[in-house]
Design a protein around this ligand. Structure first.
Ligand code: GDP
Length: 302
């Protein structure tokens, strides 16, 4: 499928170890592990997680627990799978019981925020929820128009800014109030793409979060960070920054249908303990899948 083909480059990078493992014997261990280390680094796993994996495999090889190349390969896959499922097990949306539930979508410009929000609206609506969209990206002029297209496409109501230069927090606040008064199940809020150097935008994001909780106690229920799956190791500082400022509850990893460099997401999950909740595999309305760690691991390692 699209996810599998998107990771063809990562799989190619990692395939070099398959051949080595095929002919592996104990005397070969250091050379094979060096190659494995290299392959993981090239695939954007990042140094910290790479060394953890290699150390763990080495220990199990030397203790005699892993006795063949195929056992080593299976242990490698299991290590990554266990890490993803133990560090961040809750991959489903946690929407609580108060209505409306509020989901904020954050991330840097161009990562796929608005598109992911549209696809998510489609998904949740199909599950039977009454959805309201909030065009909270008041910074980028075209973002609101783009979200209106998604509103039409998915048949969801939308709240947009009434005047130019409106504050994102006031648009979002207005939407959540409407959501509460009119019995909506979920309000999905778009936000501006912030660069972590831009202080006022970060302040703005905090204001949006406060505006939501003022209307519905305990909300926002989810703050999803959209990460561009083609950006490799840049994901990690971005995720740290957003998490420090607003507290991220889940990740949406986009563009996994292209030349995905998703190895890095393992580092993000490992360091921040935040689950990947959805993956984007295209620009169409159906191209958002719930994250499944096993499918992901099989797409990376074949
Ligand atoms: P935003 O600035 O974060 O709101 O990003 P947009 O939602 O405008 O997306 C930026 C570009 O990436 C658009 O051209 C989208 O169609 C594209 N895009 C978003 N998600 C995906 C995806 O999962 N796969 C592909 N191939 N393109 C995507």
């Amino acid at each position: 499928d699209k996810l599998f083909s998107g990771f063809s480059k990562t799989r190619d990078n990692l395939a070099v170890i398959d051949e080595l493992l095929l002919y592996w014997n104990l005397a070969d261990t250091d050379r094979v592990l060096d190659e494995l280390e290299e392959a993981l680094l090239v695939s954007d796993f990042g140094p910290k997680i790479t060394f953890k994996i290699v150390d763990s495999l080495k220990e199990d090889i030397l203790s005699g627990k892993l006795k063949s190349g195929s056992e080593i390969k299976d242990a490698l896959k299991k290590f990554v799978l266990d890490l993803l499922t133990s560090k961040a097990p809750k991959t489903e949306l946690q929407l609580g019981f108060r209505k409306p539930a509020v989901i904020m979508i954050v991330g840097v410009n161009g990562g796929g925020k608005t598109t992911s929000l549209g696809k998510l609206a489609n998904r949740l609506k199909k599950e039977g929820a009454k959805i309201l969209l909030a065009a909270g990206d008041t910074f980028r002029a075209a973002a609101s128009d783009q979200l209106e297209v998604w509103a039409e496409r998915t048949g969801c109501e939308i709240i947009t800014a009434e005047k130019a230069n409106a504050k994102a927090s006031s648009v979002i606040s207005q939407a959540v109030k409407k959501g509460k008064d009119e019995g909506y199940d979920i309000v999905l809020c778009d936000t501006s793409g912030r660069l972590h150097t831009n202080y006022s935008l970060m302040e703005d994001l905090i204001a949006c979060k406060k505006a939501v909780s003022k209307v519905v106690a305990g909300a926002p229920n989810e703050i999803l960070l959209v990460l561009d799956g083609t950006t490799g190791l840049n994901m990690l500082p971005q995720a740290r920054e957003f998490n420090e400022v607003v507290g991220i509850t889940g990740l949406v990893l986009t563009k996994l249908d292209g030349s995905a460099r998703g190895g890095c997401v393992v580092s993000v999950v490992d360091e921040l303990g935040i689950p990947v909740k959805f993956v984007g595999v295209g620009e169409g309305v159906e191209d958002l899948q719930p994250f499944d760690a096993e499918t992901f691991v099989n797409a990376i390692f074949s």
